[in-house]
Design a protein around this ligand. Sequence first.
Ligand code: SAM
Length: 319
Amino acid sequence: MALRLPPLPALRDFIHMYRLRAKKILSQNYLMDMNITRKIAKQAKVKENDWVVEIGPGPGGITRAILEAGASRLDVVEIDNRFIPPLQHLAEAAGSRMFIHHEDALRTEIGDIWKNEPNRPSSVDWHSPNLPAMHVIGNLPFNIASPLIIKYLRDMSYQRGIWQYGRVPLTLTFQLEVAKRLCSPIACSCFVPRPQVDVGVVRFVPRKTPLVKTSFEVLEKLCRQVFHYRQKYVEKGLKTLYPPELENELADELFKKCRVDPTTTSIRLGIEQFADLAEGYNEQCIRYPGLFLYDYTNKQHNLENLSKEPNALPPPVPV
Ligand code: SAM
């Protein structure tokens, strides 16, 4: 059942009332159409009594839709002080359901927000088919989207932060093109000509068992190096994982083992192939202590000095 908010000025009038204009530096792009913001709350599957964290609420279009959907607690994290007065206006209308955190989302531990709230929805075992009655939602600014998503995916993989409560779904809006790529089984750039910029909503639900068995860090390093030269053969990026004296031997071994064509491009690889490459690379890191820490841009790096570093290789993620 949708919960009515007391009468509020229309979103457009809000923008005028509080003299809000989109700031380029914060990549602001407001959603002004409540039909769209309601669809986003619906796609996120926000239900009555759910608890929600919203990142970058801006003038509050999605915020209103989340409150209307019946969330019993909504915490918003907004960096731009110009939005605080309109958000306070909304918080007053929402009774005691809404809390404003005037902070940088990149520095906010969203898992701590409800730490001392005894009434928060129950945690749900990671392997249960059920999800906790909690959500993270955001129409993220493009400049923070990548670092924030990487932070959240890492927290998901370690079941920490807000993911200590279970498989909390994360719903984010992206440019349609980016959203389609995220949902495509292969990361290929199959959308030519580029579609018009439009909004796509992606709901990330953590898997019960991770598809990739290595630590998040091993997968992240592999992806970072492989995507370094996205238009070139995949072997060019992959070889940067190894010191020059081993690069041919170890890259060759990995391609053969994973049956990946070294002359394909990184954007044509599927998730299973990345999983195989990450697991193969992890094995090589065990065989060559110090390999995981190797950074090809650091001329001082060699396996002999790196192998003396303690805890060189992060352990696999919990299963
Ligand atoms: N959610 C609103 C909407 O859909 O209309 C606004 C979306 S706008 C693309 C992004 C919002 O994120 C802006 O309000 C901006 O101020 C905020 N923002 C930018 N960087 C941020 C950060 N580091 N932490 C928190 N909020 C941020």
